[in-house]
Design a protein around this ligand. Structure first.
Ligand SMILES: Nc1ncnc2c1ncn2[C@@H]1O[C@H](COP(=O)(O)OP(=O)(O)OP(=O)(O)O)[C@@H](O)[C@H]1O
Ligand SMILES: Cc1ncsc1CCO
Length: 521
């Protein structure tokens, strides 16, 4: 990498967004104090003289801080102020020409929207790529419509392959609607599938330019970026510490005991369906958690700092609930609160599919849980189908592969329920052989698994999401086994009540004795 080129938090200026009367250089100065590592001056409409004057003022600030100043598009302005380089778009001066004028020591960055553009830019010697546009943005910085983190990831993967082929290092940021709410999700989701390579950082415009305090905004972004790049609690999927069965079982017992014994009482927020809302709240309490069912968008901001985990269940989703889900997930991402998505009936209507697609695109999840029909719909498989909220079909030929691959694609733990439950974090995949057929005869048994996931994944801040998820599945299924054995259980109605009782009665000893967890991959 060129000396000084640190792309971690890349500020692209837009003076039209700046608060009236506040000089651009002052905004840049404050943003650098908050942690911006590189600045691109972008003045699409300025006259050359004004552009140069502003550039000289901003350069005083960047030089003092020792960070690079790049000029958007205008190689002449970059030369006039002896900037550290330029950033060029697809319709600007060709890369070779910019390089010829500026020489090898200057930085040249290029905006790319497709794999082909990325390949060309790398071959022609770009020092870094700005891949976009990630999300919809008011800045009109990039022309191609938003491609979401997964679209950015495929351009990034192709860019890295090109770099390997021609033996040249590749660096990139993504741009477009990136802010402190989605920074973690964007950085995790854009990691390459094969090698888990992260982007170098994120480029932001409005998140800093329009902020009341650019310093505070930049500081928050930096901490979110560091969290995503360094933290171990998000499923890193890097094969470094595959989880064996005996370690998994011990860890499950510990996680379970922490909640059951009252050492920790997670506040589990649900935005869930009207069918199961009461059963889920009772299941949460019986397992040792504390439920709050809160779906109005208005209260999400105030609630977010107290919540331990968030369960999003689309069973009876409505427009109003969708707004609440977006608000809650946005806040959860800011607080790094684990999110469980239960995509009830997602294969049944295009509406449900669209709702889930947007939630996953904008915020992602820490755990996705569904029955085989729901997982098939998300995975894009026709091996299983849905009828209403139920899965229909003969089962997947290779269920472990389905959960593993969906997990890698969505960058989260995937739980697929059924007679045997399959769980994967993309590296380790487990089957849980507990449970009872009576669970299939009451409504909401899957939704209660979602509740149990929310109850046990909250405390894995420095551990393993997969262990938290396994704990939820095992606990629910052992409670079902115990309930089904009771002489007072005569069918689904009595089972439903006994099921909650046995969640309450479940002990760590029973769990250790009866859990049947198998590592399948
Ligand atoms: N035949 C079975 N034997 C053992 N366990 C079962 C059986 N059927 C379901 N389960 C258990 O029931 C729970 C819910 O799984 P299921 O796949 O039925 O969810 P679902 O279809 O989403 O349910 P719902 O839509 O009613 O909420 C899981 O913990 C699963 O292990
Ligand atoms: C029956 C039903 N319909 C929407 S949600 C739900 C609960 C089980 O998923």
């Amino acid at each position: 990498m060129k000396q000084n080129l640190d792309l971690t938090l890349y500020l692209v200026t837009d003076s039209q967004m700046a608060p009236a009367g506040k000089p651009l250089a002052q905004i840049v100065d404050e943003a650098i104090q908050g942690g911006v590592t590189i600045v691109q001056l972008r003045e699409k409409t300025a006259e050359t003289g004004d552009f140069v004057r502003t550039a000289l003022e901003v350069k005083k600030v960047t030089s003092k801080a020792g960070i690079p100043l790049l000029i958007n598009d205008r190689v002449d302005v970059a030369q006039a102020v002896d900037a550290d380089g330029v950033h060029i778009g697809q319709d600007d001066l060709p890369i070779e020409e910019a390089r010829r004028i500026l020489g090898d020591n200057k930085i040249i960055g290029v905006s790319v929207q497709t794999a082909e553009e990325a390949e060309e830019a790398i071959v022609k010697g770009a020092d870094y790529l700005g891949i976009g546009t990630c999300y919809d943005t008011a800045t009109k910085y990039v022309k191609v419509g938003p491609q979401g983190p997964q679209g950015v990831r495929s351009v990034w993967e192709h860019a890295l392959k090109t770099g390997q082929r021609i033996n040249r290092p590749v660096h990139a940021v993504t741009i477009g609607g990136v802010n402190s709410y989605n920074a973690v999700h964007v950085l995790i989701c854009t990691r390459t599938l094969a090698d888990n390579v992260s982007l170098d950082g994120l480029a932001v415009v409005s998140a800093i330019m329009t902020a009341e305090s650019p310093k505070t905004a930049a500081k928050l972004l930096r901490s979110q970026i560091s969290f995503a790049l360094e933290s171990s609690w998000v499923a890193k999927q890097d094969n470094s510490k595959p989880l064996g069965v005996s370690r998994a079982c011990q860890a499950i017992a510990t996680v379970f005991d922490n909640v059951k014994s009252g050492k920790t009482t997670p506040l589990v927020q649900h935005i869930t369906n009207q069918v199961v809302i009461n059963d889920c709240a009772n299941a949460c309490l019986a397992l040792g958690g504390s439920p709050i069912m809160a779906s109005d968008p208005v209260e999400q901001h105030d609630l977010a700092s107290a919540v331990s985990s968030l369960v999003i269940n689309i069973g009876t989703v409505s427009d109003h609930q969708i707004a609440g889900m977006h608000a809650a997930m946005r806040e959860a991402r800011l607080h790094n609160t684990p999110i469980v998505i239960d995509p009830v009936g997602v294969g049944t209507t295009p509406f449900r599919k669209q709702v889930v697609k947007e939630l996953l695109r904008d915020y992602g999840a820490h755990v996705i849980k569904g029955n085989a029909g729901e997982i098939a719909a998300l995975f894009g498989s026709s091996e299983m189908q849905m009828r209403g909220v139920d899965a229909v079909g003969g089962g997947f030929k290779d269920p472990a592969k389905v959960v593993r691959e969906l997990s890698r694609r969505e960058r989260c733990v995937v739980v697929m329920t059924g007679k045997v439950d399959y769980l994967s974090d993309g590296v380790s995949t487990f089957a849980v052989h507990n449970g009872h057929s009576l669970q299939g005869h009451i409504t909401g048994s899957g939704c209660m698994v979602g509740t149990a996931l929310g109850t046990f994944i909250h405390q894995v801040a420095n551990g393993d999401l997969l262990v938290g998820a396994l704990t939820g599945v095992v606990a629910i299924n052992l409670a079902a086994e115990a309930a089904a054995l009771r002489s007072d259980v005569k069918g689904p109605g009595t089972f439903r009540a006994a099921f909650i009782d046995e969640m309450y009665n479940l002990t760590v000893d029973t769990l250790l004795k009866n859990m049947r967890v198998e590592r399948v991959k």
